[in-house]
Design a binder for this molecule. Sequence first.
Ligand SMILES: Cc1cc2nc3c(=O)[nH]c(=O)nc-3n(C[C@H](O)[C@H](O)[C@H](O)COP(=O)(O)OP(=O)(O)OC[C@H]3O[C@@H](n4cnc5c(N)ncnc54)[C@H](O)[C@@H]3O)c2cc1C
Ligand SMILES: NC(=O)c1ccc[n+]([C@@H]2O[C@H](COP(=O)([O-])OP(=O)(O)OC[C@H]3O[C@@H](n4cnc5c(N)ncnc54)[C@H](OP(=O)(O)O)[C@@H]3O)[C@@H](O)[C@H]2O)c1
Ligand code: SF4
Ligand code: SF4
Length: 474
Amino acid sequence: MPHVITQSCCSDASCVYACPVNCIHPTPDEPDFHTAEMLYIDPVECVDCGACVTACPVSAIKHDGALSPSESIFAELNAGFYAETRPRPLLAPVVPPLQVRAPAVPRVAIVGSGPAAIYAADEILTIPGARVRIYERLGRPYGLARFGVAPDHRRTRAVTRQFDAICADPRLELMTGVEIGTDLTHEQLLADNDAVIYAVGASADRALDIPGAELPGVASATAFVGWYNGHPDFAGQSFDLSHPRAVIVGNGNVALDVARILTIDPALLEDTDIAPQALDALHRSAIEEVLVVGRRGPAQSAFTVPELVGLCSTPGVDVVVAEQDLESLPDTDPRARILRNRTTQTGNRRIVLEYLQSPTAVLGDDAVRSVEFGRNELIAGDDGSPRVKPTGELHTVDAGLVLTSIGYRGLPVTGLPFDDGVVPNDAGRVTGVPATYVTGWIKRGPTGFIGTNKSCAQETVRSLVADYNSGRLA
Ligand SMILES: Cc1cc2nc3c(=O)[nH]c(=O)nc-3n(C[C@H](O)[C@H](O)[C@H](O)COP(=O)(O)OP(=O)(O)OC[C@H]3O[C@@H](n4cnc5c(N)ncnc54)[C@H](O)[C@@H]3O)c2cc1C
Ligand SMILES: NC(=O)c1ccc[n+]([C@@H]2O[C@H](COP(=O)([O-])OP(=O)(O)OC[C@H]3O[C@@H](n4cnc5c(N)ncnc54)[C@H](OP(=O)(O)O)[C@@H]3O)[C@@H](O)[C@H]2O)c1
Ligand code: SF4
Ligand code: SF4
């Protein structure tokens, strides 16, 4: 029986290099690595050595005999990835080690301490003698790995243990509570270092620009996530959970996290890292139903399959989808199989996945009372991708809480160019600013899993080392 990758996979590819028979794909050098929702083990080639289990930082790999009933779909998903033959070498191509011109040793400052920063530091520290100083504006490190990942995703949150091990290297100094641009300037960092890498993430959220969006009871998923994860910027927030229905606009993985936290039995969150005031409020919550509303159709849902599996196996919570929406998905779509096989139970709280609707107004006098939605139809955009066109048909639903989960947005960094939420760069080199690099969400935009930032950081560090070796950082 082979090994199987399950839902907490954060795509860092550590297992790929541990596998003696190269049966875990896509590998970082393969074109579909950046679009894959997770990595998959080929059940025919796997020799069951278990090396990948030890390599995985989030315990995402199991022997297929050890899968729980809700995880059994992952055996099918792993095997399904290999339905078509994949040409592949006997071993995954090993990335050559970084080489710097001797006897020099680079000193690098990294701004931010999220996954992108830590993976960048890890890569730099492969150079003997290299030194790294990380500056983090918050009192605690690891960015969204600590303040974004949902508290009930215990295995994913365990990636911070790997980050602790990386930060324990005596050549790395972690300075928390230091904001670059306020407490120290870019010029001060450059005076002490050969280069500066910005890994500041994309902390702002996209705003919903509709009438009533300013009413009390409307908030961003960013604020709600920050509140339940104890992010200091959101410590003063409170959310009115006294109405039986909440609406979430957008249907990405963040929307699913928020819907699950709003509906899960709070007793199941007791032994997690959830902020105490959030746990207390969830215990008193009257919410019975959460609508997760996508502007496009079921086939364009932004959430990933592993997260849908997790949602559908949340105890005490029913996931509800209209019959016509289910029918619109082809039988071959794993989301159709997961949604058709789910069970419901009277008395459970409900998460309703709604489609082809855009909010047009939030209604209420001194707080949210209801949301007006316009129905959409799908049309082909200029590039052929499905876009929405309002049909003009409107309806309203009562709700006491509206959370917008429509994506994140980078903020400008003092002294760096900025364009549409990211810092313009070429393989991590900031355009027009010497000795300055970016990695993570501020480099490529707010998409991808924790591990996606590893290959992103490796690319940036390789650019930095090439510049160092050619004397461009002198
Ligand atoms: C709500 C949410 C849940 C998620 N859950 C998962 C999950 O379960 N699994 C998964 O694989 N991926 C998940 N992701 C995606 C993952 O968290 C991101 O891919 C990853 O965190 C991006 O890394 P980053 O280092 O670019 O940014 P961040 O993690 O945002 O880190 C940026 C850091 O920079 C610091 N900073 C910013 N400005 C400054 C400054 N001027 N000076 C000093 N420090 C500064 C910030 O405080 C922060 O610590 C989630 C994302 C979100 C939003
Ligand atoms: N467990 C995990 O692995 C995990 C958990 C959380 C986050 N993440 C990752 O973190 C990244 C960010 O997640 P996310 O959920 O914030 O973003 P996302 O996946 O980009 O989803 C954004 C959602 O907002 C919708 N949207 C955007 N603009 C809108 C508008 N004006 N009106 C209505 N809807 C709008 C999008 O719809 P359209 O598709 O129509 O544009 C989409 O449904 C993703 O890569 C995600 O996978 C991973
Ligand atoms: S068990 Fe061994 S052979 Fe199978 S995927 Fe893991 S590392 Fe590869
Ligand atoms: S988290 Fe990393 S090591 Fe674990 S299964 Fe996913 S890609 Fe492999």
